[in-house]
Design a protein around this ligand. Structure first.
Ligand code: C5P
Length: 208
């Protein structure tokens, strides 16, 4: 079901709520391109951990930097959420995200400010959330599977610290858009969450 018209599915939500998994599944189901915008901030954060200055790193960011396989660590996540409070860093990443959102053929973007700042005109807006405890448990399982061995209480503390920083910052804070569909995945398996998101998109496309 390819389309040449822009069609944007914008998904926001806190860390480990399931928005990446949902975003990828929606993109595959509807033949849309997918951008995990957290990777942009992670790529800048990774450069900062190597000594770069955040604004210069954001301005010089190349798409190839998103493919590095060391962006998923807790240290990089922490650095990402620190650079993400800097308005000039966010401004440097804006055009790339907006162009991606309105590309021919349609796109799914997930992040923190996609519905509210990057693409308020998105045809579908969702806010995917879950309790901090559920999200920390998912992150713990994922990190353990990748061979890291974090303490569970540290993972919960990290999730809460990032929530606090992401939702309290002045520049593009994490909050649901007033017209977003709220998807609380606390008590849903991932299959049910994906099915719910697909139903929302089908409705918007007039398919149900
Ligand atoms: O989604 P992910 O956990 O990879 O994002 C890493 C960090 O990047 C978040 O904690 C947040 O501070 C920042 N971010 C953001 N805006 C986005 C996507 C991510 O501020 N659209």
């Amino acid at each position: 079901m390819q389309t040449t018209q822009p069609f944007t599915v914008a998904i926001d939500g806190p860390a480990a709520a399931g928005k990446g998994t949902i975003g990828r599944a929606v993109a595959v189901r509807f033949g849309l391109a997918h951008l995990d915008t957290g990777l942009l901030y992670r790529a800048v954060g990774a450069q900062v951990l190597l000594g770069a200055e955040p604004i210069a790193a954001a301005q010089a960011l190349q798409a190839s930097a998103l493919e590095r396989d060391d962006l998923r660590t807790a240290d990089v996540a922490e650095a990402a959420s620190k650079v993400a409070v800097i308005p000039e860093v966010r401004a440097a990443l804006l055009d790339f995200q907006r162009a991606f959102a309105r590309r021919a053929g349609g796109a799914v973007l997930d992040g923190r400010d996609i519905c509210t700042v990057i693409c308020p005109q998105a045809e579908v807006k969702m806010f995917v959330t879950a309790t901090p405890e559920v999200r920390a448990e998912r992150r713990f399982v994922e990190l353990t599977r990748r061979g890291h061995a974090p303490a569970e209480e540290d993972v919960l503390a990290d999730v809460k610290a990032r929530d606090e920083r992401d939702s309290q910052r002045a520049a593009a804070p994490l909050k649901p858009a007033t017209d977003a569909h709220i998807l609380d995945t606390s008590e849903m398996g991932i299959d049910a969450a994906v099915a719910a998101a697909i139903a929302i998109v089908e409705k918007a496309r007039g398919l149900s």
